[in-house]
Design a protein around this ligand. Structure first.
Ligand code: CA2
Length: 156
């Protein structure tokens, strides 16, 4: 079974700037970590990144179809700044039905007020915030455990 790991705007710059906030790991490091975590959980991770909101919407819709077909466990999503602005991503997650675990590397609640609100949290199956890049691993483990507890893919 597959897990889709989606990273949003500017996360392609991980490791290149703001190491005090986001750490020194690059996006390639994060994706490698995700592939290892998925393999340990008996799944495979497919990792994608885009700076474009519409493409992220397309991928969530695609994930919904794969989830309904029983080939996808769910999505791990760090939507970056779109978290705080995107009704389109909210609607895509809600409409697709696919379980989405929202991940943030930093503790957004300890930062600027504009990062405290998420349009995605109300439609997320779970949220992992402030654990650095380990948050991606926790999200993958959570998705795998959720599916195992239900005896396969979870379609709630
Ligand atoms: O903490 C997170 O994971 C965030 O989703 C990261 C987003 C931010 O807008 C969210 O509020 C919280 C920003 C990602 C930008 O990443 C950069 C990495 C290096 C250099 C510049 C930006």
């Amino acid at each position: 079974m597959k897990i889709l790991v989606l990273n949003g705007p500017n996360l392609n710059l991980l490791g290149q700037r703001e190491p005090a906030v986001y750490g020194a790991a690059t996006l390639a490091d994060v994706e490698s970590l995700c592939r290892d975590a998925a393999a340990k959980a008996g799944a495979t991770a497919e990792c994608r990144q885009s700076n474009h909101e519409g493409l992220l919407v397309d991928w969530i819709q695609e994930a919904g179809a794969a989830w309904r077909a029983g080939t996808l466990l769910g999505v791990v999503l760090n939507a970056g700044a779109y978290t705080h602005t995107s009704v389109a991503l909210h609607d895509a997650i809600k409409g697709s039905g696919v379980p989405v675990i929202e991940v943030h590397i930093s503790n957004v609640h300890a930062r600027e007020a504009f990062r405290h609100h998420s349009y995605l949290s109300p439609v997320a199956a779970g949220i992992v915030v402030g654990f650095g890049i380990d948050g991606y691993v926790l999200a993958i483990q959570g998705l795998a455990r959720r599916a195992a507890a239900a005896g396969g893919a979870v379609r709630t």
